[in-house]
Design a protein around this ligand. Sequence first.
Ligand SMILES: Cc1ncc(COP(=O)(O)O)c(C=O)c1O
Length: 414
Amino acid sequence: MTTPSTADLYRDYVMPTYGRFDLALARGEGTRVWDEAGKAYLDFGAGIAVCSLGHAHPKLAKVLANQASTLIHTSNLYLTRPQGELAKLIAELVGLGGKTFFCNSGAEANEGLYKLARKFGAPTGRHQIITFTNSFHGRTLGGISATGQEKVKMDFAPLVEGFVHVPFNDLAATEAAITSKTVAILLEPVQGEGGINPATPEFLKGVRELCDKHDLLLMFDEVQCGFGRTGDWCAWKTIAPSGVEPDAVSWAKGIASGVPLGAFWAGSRPTASVPLCDLLGPGTHGTTYGGNPLVAAAGLTVLSIIQEEGLLENARELGTHLMSELVAMNLPTIRLVRGVGLMMGIELNDLAGEGLPSMIATKALMAAGLLVIPSGERTIRLLPPLNISMSEADEALAILKDILLAVPLREKIT
Ligand SMILES: Cc1ncc(COP(=O)(O)O)c(C=O)c1O
């Protein structure tokens, strides 16, 4: 009997929920991954903005091995040192005091935000959360209800009640959507899945003022844009260095460079009873794995390495380099380049060939040895590890230039 291929195993045993590429990856090191046949790829997707330190970072691998042979899991019935230390580090990096709850993914971190908002609004009978068009907040029922994209909601009705979507960066529309039932505003400071759309500083400041005026919580989903990706610990600080302080923030993805860890933080704003960060008291929220010693040790190590290796500076410097070189290419296939730090979107014109421009380009780049992430119909995202080198950035730029020059534009129908 022949051994089934990895693709055979997926076809026969894994639910077909993803539009996957026909690429089976076997290992990684730094910014490079190798497929099962031994072909190397420069990984500028980093597992969708997850592998902050690239692949197989020796220090992270060592910490994981040590922690695995010491204590992996205890449940949240007991205290473990790594979780306490990680919460302290997060409070220091955010710089606003407060406390953190640990979970396992971005969608779950956002679920915590929805519950925090509902508990905050309960005494005044308010529960509605304003979110934005083109946002993405995860695939749970709450997550798809919060997400401002119809395609994720199809056939899953009835959705969770209480989410209202308004156009992103539109302060007037946001104010107009506030009712006596509104309790919070939730936004991604840089929309990721929506195609890399940064909020404007005026918008962030404006929503903070609206939240103050109407006694609402300002909640940021930094699952994709947080912890270094934009060149700062907090994406909102990259956009508005002063004058904007959120009440609550969610993270996942890059926080532990691929070890599944999510988290949400709340500040110490007073509420009717206790500070916001103490509002979800014993018995109100929980998860079995959340912040166990293995994942918390990973989070601590990743955030410490970002500090020690100067990766915020690297993200800023390499992000600026990539952005200016992409703009300077001035290719007919590129319509627009957007982004902050190492979170970049290249919006493409109509390309000749089968399928959407984002997929045509992603496949052609993959064949040439560069992994990028498609987003919507015509954007490809560059989300490389925060520790990429200048020569890796230049290697990726050379492949992008070759391929985006070679792919023909679709003929205009006249
Ligand atoms: C901004 C944002 N929020 C939430 C999520 C959901 O995270 P997860 O897939 O870890 O549940 C994502 C995932 O892409 C995201 O980009």
